[in-house]
Design a protein around this ligand. Sequence first.
Ligand code: PHE
Length: 456
Amino acid sequence: MLSNQAGDARRSSLHGNWSSRMAFILAVTGSAVGLGNIWKFPYVAGQNGGGAFVLVYLVCVVLIGMPVMMSEILIGRRGRRNPVRTMELLGREEGSTGRWRLVGGVGGLAGILILSYYSVVAGWTLAYTLKSVSGVFSGAGPEQVGAQFDSFVGDWRLVGLAHTIFMGLSIFVVARGVERGLEQAVRFMVPALLVLMLVLLGYSISTGYFAQGVVFMFTPDFERLTWGSVLAALGQAFFTLSIGMGAVMAYGAYLPEETSITGASAAVVTADTSIAILAGLAIFPLVFANGLTPADGPGLVFNTLPLAFGQMAGGVFFSTIFFVLLSFAAWTSAIGLMEPAVAWIVEHFDKTRAQATVAVGLLIWFVGFGSVLSFNVLSDFEFLAGTIYDNIDYLTSNVMLPLGGLLITIFAGWVMCRNSTSDELGTSGNLFRFWRVLARFVAPIGILLVLINAVR
Ligand code: PHE
């Protein structure tokens, strides 16, 4: 009976299907590539001392991120519902319990919390688009660019307004639904972003500090590596790949049956990681060339890239395009962050997509003011991990996402029977066995080890 429920929905999801395999890859890439690659990766790498952090991050992406992503997609496609319902149905179908729905629930909450601050930083990128057009960065030095940033984030009304606009845009596109909203935007955004990162890289090479940047990023100094930075690297891997909270699971629910999950995951992971590494290679030489410090925090990208654009021929043009693209990238990620909660409300309370999106969006908008104020009025209000923003970030990236990933791999590796997973992955043989070893042992044990050591 219950297996029938899941079975009936298996052919197509309640929310529509992706038009093609490419559309799915584009959507997941759009969700993965965002502020996490260009804003967060360099600043977290900088705060954690560079080289060793980057190495651990790459290891986490391959050995943990990849199997978690594949598990999430296969669970999503098998359940064909929102992550809460999917986990509940599959939990029962596989002879375990419907309580697995909690994994979906906590994931939806993580998405809401992440978007609450993500939208604030996305608001900064919107504002920086306007600043770029106005030409304030032309020929500007480090002090001027730094002052621009400080005075902007210091004004909570401006930051709040930008956050409000970004949430409005996100609500708009999520309310319109899967197929109409997503595919087109990502199709040109990711390649264009790659091209611009290469332009920036070219400039960084010309500063003469490129080697220093490369050394910082790729020479691991394990003496300085703490369990705290290992956890930060794991958290960054989850965050940047959009895994551990059900976004990819929700997208998987709309995936046609014949698509290869392994191939799609590999494509997304490769694109996402390349853009992050490129961002780091472009940014760290600028940090050193301008006497800034890598550990500068969330303002790092906003204090460095405008310097490069300000010196470049055609800088106003490139800078504007860059921040437009970054806003777009943030936008396509915001969709993934809202999707699990929205899909749950649509199914659970029988609401329209528009109603659900507005409700979730307003909640996120409201919670977001905690982060808006963290950079100005409440910047001295610190507890546990730091400001309100720091705490929400730590809780989501370093606790909720890894825990979600842990439970997802345990579910796919241990609770689901071998046939169900090999059915979905569509492979048998070595590739399947390799995934299964990663999902059953390497990923869960790795995540547990890091979590346990980091909290001790
Ligand atoms: N991966 C996105 C980024 O790197 C953020 C994100 C996390 C999006 C989780 C969806 C789900 O910017």
